[in-house]
Design a protein around this ligand. Structure first.
Ligand SMILES: Cc1cc2nc3c(=O)[nH]c(=O)nc-3n(C[C@H](O)[C@H](O)[C@H](O)COP(=O)(O)OP(=O)(O)OC[C@H]3O[C@@H](n4cnc5c(N)ncnc54)[C@H](O)[C@@H]3O)c2cc1C
Length: 275
């Protein structure tokens, strides 16, 4: 459908699509609940691992840079890497280097959704519901391709959308113009009340160097082949890959990250038992 044609309204059957659920309070509440179980002082925020060294006595040293510019070192018997594989290759130096086939494997695993961005329009109340609309919309015209009602249980209303517009186009266009197009699209879809946005939030993960690298700007057409990398030579049992992309069943999703973490804990426990 062209941009000049009005959007069409559909009644979706109960059985349409996979049923999805939202976490009350957002994913942040899950993170906060997990963080609460970790003793204070264990998690080092604002600290980026820059290098990992293995010496001749098999001792591992992790080098890190803090946001204030100070450097820090940690000693370890093994390291669990729970971050996107391409970010590992791009930002962490290994001494000695990881084997070539491991590096190639890590580079071949895009960060799932790493090229995506979200826009969230916050309103005083979910006005679209008054017209019998669910807030769910799909569009091939864009810039948002998939829009959902993201309102909290009470009070304010919110619509969030993923972009159909590729990351490169968003970067070239600039945030202001992109968000202008988002506003126009919301008005086309949900009527003049959609103009009354209280706050318009925007997060572009393709610009987030903790999540994505340049190669992730290319839109992903399908789920990649995720799972454990091949044997890591001298680093075997010293580096454990545990981010979601290390899981072959649910790689890319939160579930994949949880399963990969469970596997890593199992491996570390096994290693400790053998010592
Ligand atoms: C837009 C978007 C929408 C998504 N929607 C869904 C969804 O609906 N359902 C779903 O299941 N999943 C979804 N996902 C995927 C989900 O977010 C991931 O599967 C999950 O976050 C992966 O967890 P992780 O622990 O492997 O890695 P991450 O959550 O990426 O965590 C990696 C951590 O490592 C840190 N880090 C990076 N580099 C370094 C370094 N050098 N040193 C130290 N720390 C570093 C980062 O800051 C980050 O905190 C979505 C992702 C995106 C981007």
């Amino acid at each position: 459908m062209g941009i000049t044609q009005p959007p069409e309204r559909f009644v979706l059957p109960e059985t349409a699509g996979e049923r999805s659920v939202r976490i009350q309070g957002g994913v942040q509440s899950l993170i906060a609940a997990v963080a609460d179980t970790i003793p204070a002082g264990v998690v080092e925020l604002e600290t980026r691992v820059t290098a990992i060294r293995l010496d001749e006595h098999e001792a591992v040293t992790v080098e890190a840079a803090r946001a204030d510019g100070k450097r820090k070192e940690f000693s370890a018997s093994a390291v669990i890497l729970a971050l996107p594989p391409r970010v590992v290759v791009r930002y962490i130096n290994f001494y000695p280097s990881l084997p070539q086939n491991v590096l190639t494997d890590l580079r071949s695993k895009p960060t799932w959704m790493g090229g995506q961005a979200k826009a969230i329009a916050v309103y005083d109340h979910p006005f679209w519901r008054e017209s019998g609309l669910s807030g769910f919309a799909t569009s091939w015209v864009g810039p948002l391709q998939e829009i959902h009602d993201a309102s909290p249980e009470r009070g304010a209303g919110a619509l969030f959308g993923f972009f159909g517009m590729p990351a490169k186009t968003r970067h070239e266009m600039g945030e202001e113009k992109v968000l202008h197009l988002v506003r126009e699209q919301l008005v086309r879809l949900f009527g003049p009340s959609a103009q009354n946005i209280r706050t318009l939030l925007y997060k572009d993960w393709s610009r987030d160097s903790d999540t994505a690298v340049e190669e992730d700007l290319e839109p992903l057409r399908d789920f990649s082949r995720y799972g454990q990398p091949p044997a890591a030579g001298v680093w075997e049992k010293k580096i454990i890959f545990a981010g979601t992309e290390a899981n072959s069943s649910y790689g890319g999703h939160l579930e994949g990250a949880l399963l990969a973490a469970e596997r890593a804990v199992f491996e570390i426990t096994e290693l400790n038992n053998k010592l």
